[in-house]
Design a protein around this ligand. Structure first.
Ligand code: ADP
Length: 486
């Protein structure tokens, strides 16, 4: 019996089939259109997300002749993106506002000036930033009259919530990990918070019921897949990746290096409140009990390499960065602070701008490429220091994401963090995590620990740098960052 996964991302959605041993034996993907109706505005058409996710799942099942062989469905999704739809028809009532959208920057800044951030951080574990859903919902209710006019017909939810609604024909739920990113949830209590709903003017009745990440969550309409399928696993993408990387014990840490980089450290049953501008978040909820994590996000990771390629024409393709970095013995004193869209955790300086420093006539294209790749380990080192300051010490870093196919980066992370870096052979950890949850939720596995067998073989990169070389790099980076923040 197989596990079906819908992995709905920011630029594409896909369906994947997994066997109980973790073997992925099929994948079907469709690109999603992002709409940019103005500077800083990013929207999706939720109807397109639904139609393409459904089409991927149906095509995959048909191609693989998997009908009748699927035990359960798991869903993972881009977090924070918020959908508005009609309870009656299931159709979107407005565009979905994407996590990257900055339209509420001023509103968030105003509340920050009024001193509201500590209250929000205490309840939600998050910061006052447009990134999270609450300010986007408030904006939508204020600017799109059809949402107010909809009254009781209005449903609001993150993307997994919308997909479940459409798949089941009307079940309105959201899993605890996705709910924890809306900035409307009291993450200690595990419920929507009245004070936060009041602050942002969000009607309680429009929000979903918060449910576990695994279990008998619902059943798909029989006509969709030739018979009902149990929906048994739900989690936001970064939490799903942490599960896919088997981060189950306090201190277990994963880093996903794609367009941006997202680091999560499991903190167990304890909700740790960051003093270093990291986010506290729900790692998963099972049987009504929550596990927590600390999270640090770096805005610019793979997008830096893409920019070197497309913006500067310095690289022919992303992989060339590896041979260039290897072609020089060191960075030659060149440092790149990649604040191309501000600096994320632990600095949270949206207005900071990038800098390339330490150039001389001896600097070449290889030094710049090397400085760009080194920036991944430098930024991760800053996060490791912040996590340690919050009492979440790392003992190993489990990595995945498109950048991590680059062996040089994996080794540099091990060297600069002075930690073992572990890279699974099967790197689609987000989808794997959703499959593991669906396996647990459908009773295929008794626990997540039992499901961890799906993860398969890993490669290890061990630190091999002298502490003098590491210290010199960190000192150079520290000076470069200080100039940017200056
Ligand atoms: P996302 O899931 O965020 O869309 P991916 O995980 O697919 O991103 O990773 C793609 C990113 O990784 C791109 O920004 C690309 O520039 C970068 N990338 C891909 N291959 C390499 C490589 N060999 N070395 C460095 N960066 C790479």
């Amino acid at each position: 019996m197989d596990l079906l996964v819908i992995d709905e991302g920011t630029t594409s959605t896909r369906a994947m089939l997994f066997a109980a041993d973790g073997l992925c034996h099929g994948s079907e993907q469709r690109d999603l259109v992002q709409h940019h109706p103005g500077p800083g505005l990013v929207e999706h058409d939720a109807e397109e997300i639904w139609a393409k996710s459904l089409a991927c799942a149906r095509t995959l099942i048909e191609d693989k002749g998997a009908a009748g062989r699927i035990r359960a469905l798991g869903i993972t999704n881009q977090r924070e993106t918020i959908v508005f739809w009609s309870r009656r028809t299931g159709r979107p009532l407005a565009p979905a506002i994407v996590w990257q959208d900055r339209r509420t920057a001023d509103a968030c800044a105003r509340l920050k000036t009024e001193g509201r951030e500590p209250f929000i951080q205490a309840k939600t574990g998050l910061l006052l930033d447009p990134y999270f859903s609450a300010s986007k919902i408030a904006w939508a209710l204020a600017h799109w009259p059809q949402l107010r006019e909809a009254g009781d017909d209005l449903c609001i939810g993150t993307v997994e919530s919308y997909l479940v609604f459409r798949l089941t024909g009307g079940l309105h739920v959201s899993d605890a990990t996705n709910a924890s990113r809306t900035a409307l949830m009291d993450i200690a209590a595990g419920s929507w918070d009245e004070e936060l709903l009041d602050l942002w003017g969000v009607p309680r009745g429009a929000l979903p019921e918060i449910v576990d990440c695994a279990g008998p969550i619902g059943e798909t309409l029989p006509e969709l897949f030739g018979g009902p399928l149990p929906i048994a696993g739900l989690a936001g993408d970064q939490q799903a990746a942490a599960i896919g990387q088997a981060c189950f014990a306090p201190g277990d840490t994963k880093g996903t290096y794609g367009t941006g980089a997202f680091i999560l450290t499991h903190t167990g049953t304890e909700l740790r409140r960051s003093r270093h501008r990291l986010l506290s978040t729900i790692a998963w909820q099972l049987g009504g009990a929550r596990r927590y994590a600390l999270e640090g996000s770096v805005f610019v990771a793979g997008s830096l390499v893409k920019w070197l390629r497309d913006g500067l024409g310095l690289l022919g393709h992303a992989g060339e960065s590896e041979s260039l970095a290897r072609s020089v013995p060191d960075n030659g004193g060149v440092y790149l602070v990649p604040a191309l869209s501000g600096l994320g955790a632990p600095h949270w300086q949206p207005d900071a701008r990038a800098a390339l420093s330490g150039l001389s006539f001896a600097s070449g294209r290889a030094h710049v490429a090397r400085a760009a790749l080194e920036a991944m380990a430098h930024q991760t080192h800053d996060l490791m220091t912040a996590f340690a300051g919050d009492g979440a010490r790392w003992h190993c870093l489990k990595v995945d994401g498109g950048m991590i196919g680059n062996d040089w980066i994996a080794q540099d992370l091990a060297d600069m963090l002075d930690l073992d870096v572990e890279r699974p052979r099967f790197v689609e950890t987000t989808a794997l995590g959703a499959a593991m949850l669906a396996g647990v939720g459908s009773g295929l596995f008794a626990s997540l620990e039992e499901a961890a067998g799906m993860r398969g073989a890993v490669e290890r990169f061990a630190p091999a740098m002298t502490s003098a070389a590491r210290d010199a790099r960190l000192a150079g980076w520290g000076q470069a960052v200080a100039r940017v923040l200056g």
